[in-house]
Design a protein around this ligand. Structure first.
Ligand SMILES: [Zn+2]
Length: 282
């Protein structure tokens, strides 16, 4: 047994010695050096990372990546918060965008009507909302309007974080997809199926090709959107299901995709949000 135990112990030791600076270095090196478009003015972004449900281990990694993205590209100026105090009409008036970084069950964090109206009113007035991974794990039924805004609600993840899954670029010409050099790619991350999802209300950018996996989800047409954009009132929404795994946050083409999605929602990158028909597995 000794020959089995020793590698296991060494593995534990190296894991416990993992240096947060190493993670930061990996993220920094994977990060685009420049914004895709130089912003016309300073874009102030409020990044909220508090989970009210399941707490993802990748939350600090995502926050670190968003901080390094801002520092390296100057695409935006971030303010980080784990409290809800800024989410009032007055508090939000200082910002151009809200990012929800893996914050599950937002309906439990934002329980007051005024808070909810402040967030949705902020976006409708022409501002931006960006959600990563479990930002869609919440909303309905207590806060249906949030689900309507983000575009769908988590309904399980048939495609688990440890698997490697096949994705396709549904809209290859969209500027938020410029990071993808191939129309198909495979990576590991945890991929959701949704309830209250309506393709006609958003523009799917990246999809999961479930027919190439041994898992079956809840969609009759195998329509599993992974990244999308939409218009909400006069504002813009970018959402990506990627971000469960820490490694997502140091994958160069995903960081480019995230940066472009943020810059699109902020209005610095121009591109359509009108829905397009499903192209696969009909
Ligand atoms: Zn997850």
């Amino acid at each position: 047994m000794r020959h089995l135990i020793l590698p296991f112990v060494l593995c534990l030791v190296s894991f416990s010695l993992a240096n947060p600076k190493d993670e930061e270095k990996k993220i920094f090196e994977a990060m685009p050096s420049n914004p895709s478009v130089v912003p016309e003015k300073v874009r102030k972004v409020l990044i909220y990372s508090h989970p009210s449900g399941f707490k993802h281990g990748s939350i600090p990694t995502g926050a670190k990546a968003l901080r390094l993205m801002a520092e390296k590209t100057n695409a935006f100026e971030p303010t980080f918060s784990n409290t809800t105090e800024e989410f009032t009409d007055r508090g939000l008036s200082k910002y151009d965008a809200i990012i929800f970084n893996n914050c599950t069950h937002v309906q439990k964090a934002f329980t007051e009507k005024e808070q909810r109206e402040a967030i949705l009113g902020f976006i409708k007035s022409g501002k931006a909302f960006i959600g990563f991974h479990s930002a869609s794990d919440g909303g309905m039924p207590q806060w249906q309007e949030y689900t309507d805004m983000i575009g769908g609600c988590f309904a399980g993840h048939p495609w688990n974080a440890g698997g490697k899954w096949p994705f396709f670029v549904e809209d290859p010409k969209h500027p938020v997809n410029s990071a993808f050099k191939e129309t198909e790619f495979m990576i590991s991350d945890e991929i959701y199926q949704y309830k209250s999802y309506d393709r006609s209300k958003l523009r799917v950018l990246i999809g999961l090709d479930s027919t190439k996996t041994d898992k079956k989800g809840n969609s009759k047409t195998n329509d599993y959107p992974v990244s999308w954009v939409s218009s909400y009132g006069r504002g813009k929404v970018f959402y990506s299901n990627f971000g469960h795994n820490k490694a997502t946050w140091w994958t160069p083409f995903l960081l480019q995709h995230f940066l472009d999605g943020i810059q699109w929602a902020l209005g610095d990158i121009k591109g359509p949000s009108k829905s397009i028909p499903q192209t696969r597995n009909l």
